[in-house]
Design a protein around this ligand. Structure first.
Ligand SMILES: NC(=O)c1ccc[n+]([C@@H]2O[C@H](COP(=O)([O-])OP(=O)(O)OC[C@H]3O[C@@H](n4cnc5c(N)ncnc54)[C@H](OP(=O)(O)O)[C@@H]3O)[C@@H](O)[C@H]2O)c1
Length: 234
């Protein structure tokens, strides 16, 4: 388990539908936040207490710099939530190169780089007797790769595989990796794809409910959040 009150948590993608709900709920639980996104004004407009760092996750150096500034501004991290991501729709044969590269840069490479950059700080947290974590949201597509979302599914499956292996590596250091795999969630993500057009989806999960399940899992020390952990919408 991780004691949330007093924990310092970096929330990457805090302007997003799921990220902002997680940030709000972590803040309400007493965590001290570092909010990360691309746009400082939009992060400030959230009205969630915390320091702010910015960076574009497609830029490897910017990912390192973002984590370094987060560690510097907070004095050290006890947790990282990566709630950033992009989606693209359409048959695999129609997917343009720029979309393919962005999918993998944001959904797979960025969280790998985030963990690499945050490992020293999270290790120090564990050595201080805290119970640090690194949370990813690969989503249901990493369990059930989906037609029309082949490259998105592949980028998320890469993230999930990385998390499983890195989690085994880091277990002895006392760092918990946890991957959340909710199904379709009503954040508007599907309405702003980097390529293609979304099919019509049945009603999805509510972002506040998804965030609540994730925050509960962080507090309870859970190590995995499969799609079955998220109650279907009623
Ligand atoms: N919504 C769903 O149905 C669903 C289901 C399962 C898993 N997920 C996953 O959950 C995560 C959050 O999804 P969401 O629905 O909350 O999406 P969202 O509302 O569109 O939020 C996406 C977040 O990612 C950030 N982002 C995108 N590209 C970035 C870049 N190049 N550099 C830095 N930040 C970038 C966005 O920042 P800006 O505000 O600056 O654009 C935003 O904060 C994603 O990884 C998504 O794949 C979503």
């Amino acid at each position: 388990m991780t004691t949330l009150p007093g924990s310092v948590i970096l929330v990457v993608g805090a302007t997003g539908g799921i990220g902002r709900e997680i940030a709000r709920q972590l803040s309400a639980a007493g965590a001290t936040l570092v909010l990360a996104g691309r746009d400082a004004a939009r992060l400030e407009a959230l009205g969630i207490p915390g320091s702010i760092v910015t960076g574009d996750l497609t830029d490897a150096a910017a990912v390192d710099a973002l984590v370094a500034r987060a560690v510097q501004s907070s004095g050290g991290l006890d947790g990282v939530v990566n709630a950033a991501g992009v989606v693209a729709f359409g048959p695999a044969r129609t997917l343009p190169d720029d979309a393919l590269e962005k999918l993998f840069a944001v959904n797979a490479l960025a969280p790998i780089r985030l963990l690499r950059a945050a490992t020293d700080s999270l290790t120090a947290s564990a050595a201080a007797g805290r119970e640090p974590f690194f949370l990813t949201i690969s989503g249901v597509v990493s369990e059930s790769p989906t037609a029309g979302l082949a490259a998105y599914s592949a980028s998320k499956a890469a993230l999930a595989a990385f998390g499983q292996a890195a989690g085994r590596e880091l277990r002895r250091s006392g760092i918990r990796l946890i991957d959340a795999r909710p199904g379709h969630t009503e954040t508007g993500l599907a309405d702003r794809p980097i390529s293609g057009v979304a099919p019509s989806f049945p009603a999805g999960l509510q972002p506040g409910d998804v965030a609540a399940r994730i925050v509960a899992a962080l507090a309870a020390g859970e190590r995995d959040l499969p799609s079955s952990a998220f109650a279907p919408p009623v």
